[in-house]
Design a protein. Structure first.
Length: 467
């Protein structure tokens, strides 16, 4: 019933669409117990807590495709045809019916789009333009579905190709400006080939006359320089300004991703390598909707945005070939790069530090979004009371997550969250072998961040984390 409701609702553009067209709809059921009649079946459906089902129940009929049922409530084939003919015609079908994509469809489209991004880059660099064009045409066939998500993914695919083209144009211009005319001519020939392949999509971005003109101007400027150095300098200034303009446009194109990496509360793959001796680690791109998430109003401090009240930390599954657990992280902190803020990680239980009580680590990397401060009203409350402050999508961190978020923020900014002034901890969720105890992380003083292991329940504070 749930699938039926969802499909029907999407198909008619909402419950209101079903209500308006209920006299144009029949709901047929072909397999029911022989002793069940239409009246009792309607009663059963009307008990469902769904306005859509209640509307459809009024249009219910029973029918055996083989016309062999002995149940008198089953319609015959002729009776069914007659019932269909009496239905009111649906008006404005183009405005009513919508193309429906399930969550699985959306996920598959995203997967295809991500794979195509890598395929486009690889084949473009390998000058396999035919394969790139085939990919676009294959994706264009999906636009028959007439759904915004399909068009969005197609546009993203084209955008990735355009970036590759712009990089090739920039390479050509750099050669010209550097007086490497042999290399510039070679790249110019490649651009002619690229334009033939993709003229349908990017003719304006690949103006052949503009490219040829840029080359001729560069050559002429160089020749003029040989005849008159002063005149050449003026011309080079003009060309340089054009280069700077192109470079500025390129930087603006990638501004959206760069501004996220530069946020002080974000600790990403680049930060791991900037602050520690990291030879290898697995990573993960930022979620596509991360800017939308970070700019939302904070659920705990509504007057602020999420980016002002949370930490965003990349949690890799392995670093330098070792699974990331508390023990291995402590080893990593022993090898900081020069100038890195440092502190000890201490515990009142030896097993915490040896890793025997540490979470087992994650099998794949993920991004952790954690509040910087205690949830308002949760200090000095019992755990059951603290849980009442929980918002959708939030839960307690395990103590490895808490240690990483708090410690890495200190490494990058020098700010000690959950500090000793006032003495503050975040409660962490219990592990399977900690059913009668809990762990808290905090009390961050100038020398130590503490992982505290207690055998008392409901006596500490809570900070919520979203993964």
């Amino acid at each position: 019933l749930t699938d039926l409701i969802e499909i029907c609702t999407n198909l008619f553009g909402g419950k209101e669409g079903i209500e308006r067209n209920k006299h144009s709809i029949l709901l047929g059921i072909s397999k029911v117990p022989e002793d069940l009649d239409t009246f009792h079946l309607k009663e059963y459906l009307l008990d469902e807590n769904s306005p859509t089902i209640k509307i459809l129940a009024e249009q219910l009929f029973l029918y055996d495709p083989l016309d062999q049922s002995k149940n008198a409530d089953f319609l015959s084939r002729d009776a069914l045809i007659d019932k269909i003919k009496k239905l009111s015609p649906i008006q404005n079908t183009e405005e009513i019916f919508k193309t429906v994509l399930t969550h699985s469809d959306e996920s598959k489209l995203l997967e295809i789009s991500n794979k195509m991004r890598e395929i486009v880059k690889k084949n473009f660099l390998g000058t396999n333009y035919g394969k790139v064009l085939t990919l676009i045409k294959s994706f264009e066939r999906l636009t028959l579905i007439n759904h915004p998500s399909v068009q969005n993914h197609l546009d993203e695919c084209k955008s990735n190709i355009l970036v590759c083209i712009q990089l090739k144009i920039n390479e050509f211009k750099v050669h010209c400006l550097s007086k490497r005319f042999k290399e510039a001519k070679k790249v110019k020939s490649e651009l002619v080939i690229i334009r033939k392949w993709f003229e349908k999509y990017f003719a304006n971005e690949m103006d052949a006359k503009e490219i040829e003109s840029f080359y001729e101007v560069a050559v002429k400027n160089f020749e003029d320089h040989l005849r008159n150095e002063d005149e050449m300098k003026k011309r080079l200034d003009k060309v340089t300004n054009e280069m700077l303009r192109q470079e500025r446009l390129k930087k603006e194109h990638f501004q959206r991703m760069a501004e996220i990496e530069l946020e002080p509360f974000v600790f990403g793959a680049g930060d791991w390598k900037n602050f520690f001796e990291i030879s290898q680690m697995d990573s993960l791109p930022l979620p596509q909707n991360i800017l939308e998430v970070l700019n939302r109003s904070c659920p705990y401090w509504p007057q602020k945005k999420v980016r002002e009240t949370h930490l965003l930390v990349l949690i890799p599954s392995s670093v330098n070939g070792l699974t990331l657990n508390l023990n291995n992280f402590i080893e990593i902190t022993k090898h900081p790069k020069k100038g890195t803020n440092m502190a000890n990680i201490s515990s009142n239980h030896d097993d915490n530090i040896t890793g025997n009580l540490s979470p087992a680590g994650t099998s794949s990397p993920y991004w952790l979004l954690m509040t910087k401060y205690l949830i308002p009203g949760s200090r000095d409350q019992y755990f059951d009371v603290q849980k009442s402050f929980l918002k959708d999508g939030y839960g307690a961190p395990d103590f490895l997550e808490a240690v990483l978020a708090i410690y890495l923020h200190f490494v990058k900014t020098g700010t000690r969250l959950f500090s000793d002034s006032p003495l503050t901890y975040t409660r962490c969720k219990c592990l399977a072998h900690q059913s009668t105890s809990f762990t808290k992380v905090g009390g961050f003083d100038p020398d130590n961040l503490y992982v505290w292991f207690d055998y008392v329940i409901n006596l500490t504070f809570i900070s919520r984390v979203g993964k």
